[in-house]
Design a protein around this ligand. Structure first.
Ligand code: PRP
Length: 183
């Protein structure tokens, strides 16, 4: 057991379960995207690990981009306003985009990004999220590809953080309340 494992109440998805689900998702996406030469856009930071795995699970001719956003507000919920802190570096006119996210929660981030990319002239914008938490939705966003539909618990690992930590856990787990209580 590592010093990070001690902070985990329970494991929601093991490393093996995540790999197996991504393998299946990648195959499904391949069938849809094989003639579209998609541009995969990862939303930093949380999606960086999922991005690396899903693009290898979906062996379609494609390229990759990264965008970073921050939500105004603090704590575990956002206010809805989204700001781009690092933008994509290429013209996306006429491209078929697949936005890669680690988690879809209130929907504020993806609602904003989908509109942003359409305004920039994308031909289509699909959404692939490893986790979907539909119980928390504030804006209507319908993902095209979902790894796991998850309960309303505070999850960390496999890219997801608490206070910028735990992103490198190989599994997805729920933090012990005492780790964040008092914040
Ligand atoms: C998380 C996650 C999504 C967003 C989803 O990012 O990676 O981008 O929140 O939440 P929403 O549906 O309520 O908008 P976060 O702001 O924690 O930053 P991070 O990716 O750097 O961890």
């Amino acid at each position: 057991m590592t010093n990070m494992d001690q902070d985990i109440l329970k494991i929601l998805y093991t490393e093996e379960e995540i790999a197996s689900r991504i393998h299946a998702l990648g195959a499904q996406m391949y069938e849809d995207l094989k003639d579209k030469e998609p541009l995969f856009i990862s939303v930093l930071r949380g999606a960086f690990i999922f991005m690396a795995d899903i693009v290898r699970a979906c062996q379609v001719r494609s390229d990759v981009e990264f965008i970073a956003v921050s939500s105004y507000g603090s704590g575990t919920s956002s206010t809805g306003a989204v700001k781009i802190t690092h933008d994509i570096q290429q013209d996306i006119t006429g491209r078929n985009l697949v936005v890669i996210e680690d988690i879809l929660d209130s929907g504020n981030t993806l609602h904003f990004l989908k509109q942003y990319f359409m305004t920039k002239g994308a031909a289509s914008v699909s959404i692939c999220t490893l986790m979907d938490k539909p119980s928390r939705r504030a804006k209507q966003v319908i993902p095209d590809y979902v790894g796991f539909t998850v309960p309303d618990e505070f999850v960390v690992g496999y890219g997801l953080d608490y206070d910028q930590k735990y992103r490198n856990l190989p599994y997805i787990g729920v933090l012990k309340p005492e780790v964040y209580e008092g914040d």
